[in-house]
Design a protein around this ligand. Sequence first.
Ligand SMILES: [Zn+2]
Length: 241
Amino acid sequence: MSQVRTAPSLTHEAADRALVALACRVMAAAGLFDMHGHISLRDGDVAYINGRRSSRISVTPAQVAVVNIADGAVVSGEPPAETPLHLGCYRAHPEIRSVAHFHPLAATAFATVGKPLITAFNAGAPFGKVVPVYDDPDLVRNDSQGSAMAKDLGKHRAVLLRGHGVAVVADDVPSCVTLSLYLEENAKRLAYAMTIGDPQPYTEDEIKRVAASLWQPFVIEKTWIDAQERARRAGALDDLA
Ligand SMILES: [Zn+2]
């Protein structure tokens, strides 16, 4: 289902690099990535991740770094300092195939003030009743921090990092981008609603029903295609083959 904008003749590694570069630009064009922010893809024993120096809006496939998941050894390129955040998720949860870390304004604000990011809008349904919080504001730069954060993430699809940002996990890149958009949209709507009243948290049954309608391949594909198209129209994909 993933709409990979790569030619069929590309090698496997080239396709992975192209997909990570594309997703990074899409996240930047959507306003989710600032000069920081990274998205990764697991393929076998390694993770592909946008390089630390490159601008998120113009990262090229060649600037995507490759890291060994088991020991963190760099296979190529210059991975970001917080790569252990990604590796912690991959090591703890074999089903995770894509991780995004960024510092979105609204979602981060909830962990900053200690208010729970609950589900009171449809966009929150894929995250369950509340998004868990990792309570350490320090950057996730080593293996013990990465595994502590992955522990707080548990089986959830996202975790808030107090005073810092968020981590989002999924079983593929399009789902990871879609969840990242949903997470921030839910936080924005919730923050707005809280200025005029008390949001009504969804019940378990409401979450289940809404998630069943909203979190399905067709919707994920539609969101991923739309996010790419917005990035393309903004000129962010012009030099990406
Ligand atoms: Zn960070």
